[in-house]
Design a protein around this ligand. Structure first.
Ligand code: GLY
Length: 563
């Protein structure tokens, strides 16, 4: 085995390179710099968030606004019927915390909820309709964010989303693609069909999608906070609608939902401090594990293809641990300390051969979604508060079920549990007992809102993309460690391995023909994806000048504004 250890002397050299990279970056992008910024997946969300900052709101108020507007204008990605993770940094005292607004299984759920009498997974049941919906966490998280960290009232922060829900937003090509994909399911449920389709068809470009019921639900949250959603008329309509359509929610499910504050996962890579998502997201642990493994190698001495082979091998090992150990920390004991320990990573890399791929174990039959679901935004305000938030309703348009009279499109996040240990979900991910369904348990996620910092700068970043989220963060952190600018973090061509299936999925331009041949010769199986993937939203704060720059992934429609 050709195992090249990374020496202390070399580390100093990398520090210098990183520093020079940041300095170069400052001069290169100076024209577009400001002292606050927002990068979000939809221009209306970015603009609404900037307006709230200009009204005197802080990054946490803007985070409420951006999430709520995204819930309205990207109904295929996230929403009040879904959940997410908000990584917060408060400038005045350096406090860092992850708000866990992840959905939980209804109290009536059980391990075999999606299995038939023979113990086989019933296709579609955990992805379509109200039985696939976990109890939403986003309304609770936004109410908590505003109450604990914001400066404005919820009514002020939610006002833009309420207005856009009432006045409507124009359908674009991405909306059309997502609606076409889920057309059959959207047509199944009258409330969803009425709002998101026109006479049972995908609306024309520019058609205004108005969501009057959702506006009323948002207004109830604006008026009553957490209770506006989880108690009273909205809660009753949600429960009644879900149960009438075959779901199992109860008032107790809603009443007992609580947002959690979690300690972020921390790691280090070549002088950079990583702060990332904690369980029930697998993101931070898998990201830190991959970086710890890479830190064992002197990457600069490797050829381009050797480096890609190595990156694939560290992904394989970290995703294997994801499948084995990770789940809801309130239900299972996770060996977090060990999984993010550099010594443990060194052990993992001992089996890496630079001249051959390590086969993963048996190959389950799987169809992997190429969906652009989930969403992300990054915010830095002029005081230095920051938010990195990744939100989801899982599959495009979630479960496709809107609870009548609420306008709330429900998630299908229950599919992120392992319906049966070893059986892949829509992302081809397998899981073990740690992620089996239990009443009230949160399903394992890949969402990875992250901060990366060194003495010169701070990056705030994240992306949607199902199981590929974490490997996208790895590519971005590697670009960052090479001194690249935010434009490169978000646009670098991507490849991905998740242990099972034992396949390298890649964008068309991520591997040259020669690299493809060489990787196949090393024993890798390659799958070129039809479409590009990801929609990263990234900001960078230069510590010395206080200037903010950023970029939205060119694969999406997002917008970055700095001021
Ligand atoms: N639903 C995607 C994730 O949480 O990973």
């Amino acid at each position: 085995m050709n195992h090249l250890l990374f020496s202390r002397v070399k580390k100093q050299k990398y520090w210098l390179l990183i520093l020079l990279g940041w300095l170069f970056l400052i001069t290169e992008v100076q024209a577009a710099a400001g002292h606050a910024g927002i990068a979000a997946a939809h221009p209306l969300a970015t603009e609404a968030g900037i307006a709230v900052l200009n009204q005197g709101g802080n990054a946490f108020d803007a985070a409420v606004t951006v999430a709520a507007v995204l819930a309205v204008v990207e109904p295929y990605s996230s929403g009040m019927g879904g959940g997410g993770f908000w990584m917060l940094h408060r400038a005045k005292d350096g406090m860092e915390v992850m708000l866990d607004g992840r959905e939980r299984a209804p109290l009536g759920a059980h391990r075999d909820l999606y299995l038939d009498k023979q113990g086989e997974v019933i296709p579609g049941l955990s992805v379509n309709g109200p039985l696939s919906a976990g109890i939403p966490g986003q309304p609770a998280a936004l109410a908590h964010l505003a109450k604990m960290y914001g400066r404005l009232t919820l009514s002020q922060s939610l006002a833009p989303a309420i207005r856009i829900a009432r006045e409507g937003f124009p359908v674009d090509e991405h909306y059309q693609r997502m609606a076409r994909w889920r057309l059959e399911q959207l047509k199944r449920w009258p409330d969803g069909q009425r709002v998101f389709l026109v006479e049972g068809e995908v609306p024309a470009l520019g058609y205004l999608v108005k969501q009057l019921d959702l506006a009323d639900t948002l207004a109830a949250i604006a008026a009553r906070g957490h209770d506006g959603f989880y108690q009273g008329a909205v809660a009753e309509r949600l429960v009644q609608g879900v149960r009438q359509a075959g779901g199992i929610w109860t008032m107790e499910d809603l009443d007992s939902y609580q947002v959690m504050e979690r300690k972020p996962i921390r790691g280090e890579y070549r002088g950079m401090k990583i702060t990332s998502a904690a369980p029930p997201s697998s993101g931070g642990i898998v990201l830190v594990s991959m970086l710890n493994q890479l830190a064992q190698f002197e990457l600069e001495s490797l050829s381009a293809v050797q480096k890609k082979h190595l990156v694939i091998e560290v992904m394989r090992r970290a995703y294997r641990d994801r499948a084995e150990y990770l789940g809801d920390p309130d239900f299972v004991s996770i060996p977090v300390k060990r999984l993010i320990d550099p010594e443990y990573a060194a052990g993992l890399t001992r089996s890496i051969q630079l001249d051959s791929a390590t086969p993963s174990r048996q190959q389950p039959k799987t169809q992997i979604s190429e969906g652009q679901d989930t969403t992300h935004y990054s915010i830095i305000d002029a005081e230095g508060n920051r938010v990195s938030a990744t939100l989801s309703i899982n599959y495009p348009f979630g479960s496709c079920f809107v609870a009548p009279g609420t306008g709330v499109l429900l998630n299908d996040e229950m599919d992120d549990f392992s319906a049966r240990p070893g059986t892949p979900n829509v992302y081809g991910l397998v899981g073990g007992e740690a992620n089996a369904i239990k009443p009230g348990k949160r399903m394992l996620s890949s969402m990875t809102p992250t901060f990366v910092e060194n003495e010169a700068g701070i990056a705030v970043l994240g992306t949607p993309g199902g199981s590929r989220i974490i490997s996208m963060l790895l590519h971005a952190v590697l670009a960052l460690s090479e001194g690249e600018a935010p434009e490169e973090w978000v646009s670098r061509p991507r490849y991905h391995h998740q242990y099972l299936p034992d396949t390298v999925q890649h964008e068309a331009d991520a591997l040259t023909q020669e690299e493809q041949q060489q990787l196949i010769a090393l024993g890798h199986s390659l799958k070129r994806l039809e479409n590009s993937y990801g929609n990263m939203q990234a900001l960078k704060l230069d510590i010395k000048s206080g200037e903010v720059t950023g970029a939205s992934d060119p694969r999406g429609l997002g917008k970055t504004v700095v001021q």
